[in-house]
Design a protein around this ligand. Structure first.
Ligand SMILES: [Zn+2]
Length: 434
């Protein structure tokens, strides 16, 4: 079996990993590169289509050995975004979970001119093996800040490659990581692991961090703005608990409310009861911003929107109740805050001191805007990625022959820790597993 990391070996996102076995070829993820930051302005520079698409034989044209399938690990743009940039060769089967497809479709419909996901997506399910050419694939649910995230075990020619996607063990789905460790996979030849936060040796759980924020802000009586990526449903569940404990309202918009409803409904269909806030949560309120308006316009969500009506509250209510609100904010939230809330005196801003906020476009300008408004500054050690102690735990548990770190600025740390077992690849370099 051969591994080629087309992109992501030397940068934090834009993943695309190819596996070859004989004439069988598959791709793991096809993400858009992360936006570059303009040093002068500190703003993100949009990535062009030419920078997004990769020149891989068979991806857009015919090739002697066709690409059988593209497997998406999770619903962050730097792992699926390039799939939207230009139609792929239609013979390539695109795989993700049913929930992932729903989340990506909703997200792509929010901008009026959003690029569409192709039709005919194939589904995988956690723990269910499936076959593609000479490969046998098993998806494992992982703990991460996307709506749903998977790792893949890929077996072929008696060799096994384990691709982690993005993961951690200290968040809302910590049980998933325990199950991942407990899963009997057989000897692993190569572990392709993310290392976005490998520079952090260890850190607290998200639950502990939120408990600290709660203690710190218990006496605070102003509005509480919390930087929370649109898809970070685990953090939203934590904020919902925080709202309950501090007798505040959790204020979301139509997009978040729709995501919560759909994700819960699809999980339920598969027999899983997710502990997420929803339209039946007493202290949840929905504001009438542009995202809510957009959901109202999308006829396919009419039924869900009709159930949102009781929870919709106007701006007068928001202004009158500011000091009783927890408001998750994400990319572009400053637009409606500026227009409708305006008075931020006494408000607090909680955000991650560790996250680079590049996985969702536009988060950094939003953080900058809020930081410039004189709110009580509450940086918290939140991150969606594995601490190095978690990666160590995974390596000790799976005992791979080789460790291939990707999405990391800490390649040296892997080399120092694992010596020759660490294979630091360049983008496009072929690694043959003998
Ligand atoms: Zn991610």
């Amino acid at each position: 079996m051969k591994i080629i990391v087309h992109r992501g070996a030397e940068e934090l996102g834009g993943n695309c990993v190819e596996l070859r076995s004989g004439s069988s070829r598959i791709l793991l993820d096809y993400g858009a590169p992360l936006p570059k930051i303009d040093q002068a302005t500190g703003q993100g520079i949009e990535v062009t289509e030419a920078e997004t698409i990769l020149d891989i034989p068979g991806l857009y044209d015919k090739a002697p050995n066709p690409i059988l399938a593209l497997l998406i690990s999770h619903t962050h743009y730097d792992h699926y975004g390039a799939l939207l940039a230009k139609p792929l060769n239609p013979d390539i089967k695109v795989y993700m979970s049913e929930l992932m497809e729903d989340v990506i479709r909703i997200t792509t419909k929010m901008p009026r001119d959003g690029k569409k996901l192709p039709v005919g997506i194939h589904y995988f399910r956690r723990g269910h093996k499936f076959i593609l050419g000479r490969f046998v694939i098993t998806p494992y649910l992982m703990d991460h800040t996307a709506a749903e995230s998977f790792a893949f075990l890929i077996e072929s020619e008696g060799k096994r490659v384990l691709y982690t996607g993005h993961f951690r063990e200290h968040g809302n789905k910590a049980t998933a990581f325990k199950q991942f460790l407990a899963a009997k996979m057989g000897p692993i030849d190569a572990l392709i692991t993310e290392g976005v936060q490998a520079g952090l040796e260890k850190g607290p759980s998200e639950q502990d961090i939120l408990a600290q924020v709660e203690t710190k802000l218990k006496a605070h009586d102003g509005a509480l703005f919390f930087l929370c990526a649109g898809q970070d449903l685990g953090l939203l569940a934590g904020l919902s608990q925080l709202a309950k404990n501090t007798r505040r309202y959790l204020v979301v918009d139509g997009y978040t409310a729709l995501l919560l409803e759909r994700v819960r409904a699809i999980a339920q269909k598969h027999g899983v009861e997710l502990k997420l806030p929803g339209l039946d949560t007493e202290y949840l309120r929905i504001i009438r911003n542009a995202a809510t308006q957009r959901v109202y316009q999308l006829s396919e969500y009419t039924e869900t929107f009709s159930r949102m009506r009781d929870k919709l509250f106007g701006w007068d209510w928001v202004r009158a109740n500011l000091d009783r609100l927890i408001i998750p904010v994400r990319a572009n939230s400053q637009l409606w805050v500026k227009e409708q809330v305006n008075d931020l005196r006494g408000a607090a801003l909680v955000y991650s001191a560790w996250e680079s906020y590049t996985e969702e476009a536009g988060m950094l300008p939003t953080l900058d805007w809020f930081k410039g408004r004189g709110l009580l500054d509450v940086p918290a050690p939140l991150t969606g990625h594995a601490y190095f102690s978690t990666i160590r735990k995974l390596v000790e548990n799976k005992r791979p022959r080789y460790i291939v770190p990707i999405n990391t600025n800490e390649a040296d740390k892997f080399a120092f820790t694992y010596g020759k077992r660490a294979r630091l690849l360049k983008n496009g370099e072929e690694f043959f597993l003998d």
